[in-house]
Write a protein that binds this ligand. Structure first.
Ligand SMILES: N=c1c2ncn([C@@H]3O[C@H](COP(=O)(O)OP(=O)(O)OP(=O)(O)O)[C@@H](O)[C@H]3O)c2ncn1[C@@H]1O[C@H](COP(=O)(O)O)[C@@H](O)[C@H]1O
Length: 106
């Protein structure tokens, strides 16, 4: 169910490219460009880390949700999708043992 929802959200995010930035936060992000989107990912990552270290469960869920959303916008802006991430994860799973260097090879 969660995965289906992420697919739906991903499609919605793609639809927002070129939409009216005054009516859609996502469209506003796309209009601001890659650097701004990446900055937001960084900010949300820091807020997620702070919530985790503070052991604040509700805040961690909230910030992790913001982080995932902004990361999906960044991926969409770069022409990537969740399927690209899934494929990389599956590829890593197929790498024998825990070999970080091998996992990082394209
Ligand atoms: N999942 C999200 C989502 N998660 C977080 N956010 C927004 O991310 C922002 C994070 O808060 P911040 O305080 O960091 O950002 P901000 O101050 O609003 O913005 P900046 O001035 O920092 O740029 C908030 O404005 C949230 O509303 C989201 N905005 C939209 N979605 C989904 O994206 C889809 C498209 O929504 P629209 O863009 O509204 O059409 C819908 O399915 C929405 O549910």
């Amino acid at each position: 169910m969660a995965e289906d929802f992420l697919n739906t959200l991903e499609a919605t995010i793609r639809e927002r490219r070129g939409a009216d930035p005054t009516t859609s936060y996502t469209a506003k992000l796309f209009a601001r460009g890659r650097a701004k989107i990446a900055q937001k990912v960084g900010e949300e990552a820091v807020e997620t880390v702070i919530a985790a270290v503070a052991d604040d469960r509700d805040e961690l869920v909230s910030e992790a949700t913001d982080l995932l959303f902004h990361l999906m916008v960044l991926l969409a802006d770069a022409g990537l999708s969740l399927d690209d991430i899934r494929a990389e994860m599956v590829r890593r799973e197929g790498v024998s043992g825990i070999d970080e260097k091998a996992a990082r090879k394209p």
